[in-house]
Write a protein that binds this ligand. Structure first.
Ligand code: BT5
Length: 237
């Protein structure tokens, strides 16, 4: 995969910027910013993006049916986990879009798409940046784990290399390989969890599996439930 990198000093959100240019640029265009002033998570949540972190959005134009597009979140998460492993950092995927190290969030993925036109994988990875006070105890950076500054460009190249690999798997239709990898690296399977939607508990139970569509299977007191990724978030009970 050939990547074309657009480097910005400051932007509101690389995902917003990527959406604006997506129709006019080739697949593989990457928007990278040193800092974001309105980095976003899902559902208008914020994403702290001070200098020193890896804030990027990748523009893709997959020729696949719409129901597969949500799996691109996993492609992004797997790329981050693989890149971290090159630094000896063991990371796990908290379904559907978080990457955790030792239970703390080191990265988040935000995928957005215009069906039939383009898809964007937004990746926020804490590298050398400070973690805001309000996230202390919940978030972690590569620097805080390793104890030294990491070359941001090298992290970018490692994420892109892993992304090339997983996106090739995606495009060739081997989605089961992606799901298998997510299961193996999962932070949730076998654990008791509560699933929230709009701040309300949707259900509580034990995470049993991630099925072939990428949905989470949860065993609850009322039976087995299937949760499609959307805007739910998980807390460990
Ligand atoms: C996400 O949302 O985890 C997706 C984050 C995607 C960020 C990237 S950066 C490049 C691209 N451009 C953008 O504008 N966004 C993408 P969600 O699952 O909704 O999690 C959001 C929650 O994570 C917040 O409510 C905070 O609790 C927490 N959070 C915010 N900033 C964080 C940080 N830097 N590190 C760890 N956790 C953070």
């Amino acid at each position: 995969m050939e990547w074309h990198i657009i480097r910005l000093t400051e932007v509101r959100s690389t995902n917003e910027y990527a959406k604006e240019i997506a129709e006019d640029v080739p697949e593989g265009t990457v928007v990278l910013a040193r800092r974001q002033t309105f980095g976003k998570g899902r559902r208008g949540r914020y994403w702290a993006s001070p200098e020193g972190g890896l804030w990027m959005s990748v523009i893709l134009k997959p020729k696949t049916s719409i129901e597969n597009v949500p799996k691109l979140v996993f492609v992004g998460a797997l790329a981050v986990v693989d890149a971290l492993s090159k630094y000896g950092i063991p990371a796990e995927i908290k379904w559907p879009n978080d990457v955790l190290v030792g239970g703390k969030k080191i990265a988040g993925i935000l995928s957005e798409c215009k069906p039939g036109r383009f898809a964007i994988i937004g990746i926020g990875l804490n590298v050398n940046n400070e973690i805001p006070e309000e996230l202390e105890g919940f978030a972690v950076s590569m620097k805080s784990l390793l104890g030294f500054d990491i070359n941001l460009d090298e992290v970018l190249q490692r994420v892109l290399r892993a992304l090339s690999y997983w996106y090739t798997v995606f495009k060739s239709g081997r989605h089961y390989e992606i799901l298998d990898a997510v299961r193996r690296r999962s932070a949730v399977l076998g654990r008791r969890i509560r699933i929230f939607e709009d701040g309300e508990v949707l259900l509580e139970g034990t995470a049993l599996d991630i099925d072939d569509d990428g949905a989470l299977i949860v065993e609850t007191d009322e039976g087995t439930k299937r949760v499609l990724y959307g805007d739910v978030s998980i807390r460990f009970s």
